[in-house]
Design a protein around this ligand. Structure first.
Ligand code: DGL
Length: 267
């Protein structure tokens, strides 16, 4: 059991932000990553469809004999994490509570912005999670659906992305937030531009680091840390277009995305 890999699931490439933090914090652990690139984005889809896709992703990772599953996708975490946890024989963790904790420790003026996909924002999952920690925090949320296709396109630092970010974020800036939660796997890849738009007084926080810490805690508590000195192995699976995934993913992860296979999660 202890030498089995950690499974990481996302709707596409953005979950590499979480996988990258796990690689850094737990360099001895093997990882199997599945990005459902054929069906990304999940953000504008209905809860029923997101849940169906999530079950298929879960089933695929379980077939890879993983010891824990990280739902790196905020949209899935916000839609059906509880149900996935109940259905899985191995621990399943999401990104929302870790993200809420990161926001809580970052804010000083207790005014926090949350940006995510339409589904994540509609679910109000972050608001609930942040208020469960501190109900005094004032939260301003905004769906930013164009960010995901911009990242998938690899447009991380160009003008179109800058003006899109400005249009979405100026209203949040006016609310006086001192912390902006990047409640979507893809958004940390836009940090340089988001930082430029929000200015240096606004902290940008995301779930990736906190989620990796939670994985570390669970592996420690359940005695699941890998006990093998051989280098960790990373395997990548996508449901379509592996070339694009490699091109954008390697640029971000600064590691070879290899080996990679294309699978059909419905089989
Ligand atoms: N992975 C999704 C999330 O974190 C973003 C991409 C999508 O819409 O599928 O919400």
């Amino acid at each position: 059991m202890i030498n089995k890999p950690i499974g990481v699931f996302d709707s596409g490439i953005g979950g590499l932000t979480v996988a990258g933090e796990i690689m850094e914090l737990l360099p001895g652990e093997n990882i199997v990553y599945f990005g459902d690139t054929a069906r990304v984005p999940y953000g504008p889809k209905s809860p029923e469809v997101v849940t169906q896709f999530a079950y298929e992703g879960l089933r695929f990772l379980l077939s890879q004999d993983v010891k824990i599953i990280v739902i790196a996708c905020n949209t899935v975490s916000a839609t059906c994490l509880d149900r996935l946890c109940v259905s899985s024989p191995v621990p399943v963790i999401g990104v929302i509570e870790p993200g809420a904790r990161a926001a809580m420790s970052a804010t000083e003026n207790q005014v926090v912005g949350v940006i995510g996909t339409e589904r994540t924002i509609k679910s109000r999952a972050y608001e609930k999670a942040i208020h469960a920690l501190n109900e005094q925090i004032n939260i301003h949320s905004k769906a930013c659906p164009l960010f995901v296709p911009l990242v998938e396109e690899g447009w991380l630092e160009n003008e179109a992305t800058f003006y899109t970010a400005k249009t979405y974020l100026d209203p949040l800036k006016k609310q006086g937030i001192d912390t902006l939660v990047l409640a979507c796997t893809h958004y940390p890849l836009l940090k340089p531009i988001l930082g430029q738009v929000m200015g240096k007084d606004v902290r940008l926080v995301d779930s990736a680091r906190e989620t990796a810490k939670e994985v570390q805690r669970i592996l420690f508590d359940k005695n699941l840390k890998r006990q093998d000195d051989s280098p960790a192995r990373y395997r990548y699976f996508v449901s379509d277009n592996s070339e694009k995934f490699i091109q954008v993913g390697e640029g971000f992860l600064k590691k070879p995305i290899d080996p990679i296979s294309v699978i059909d999660p419905q089989k």
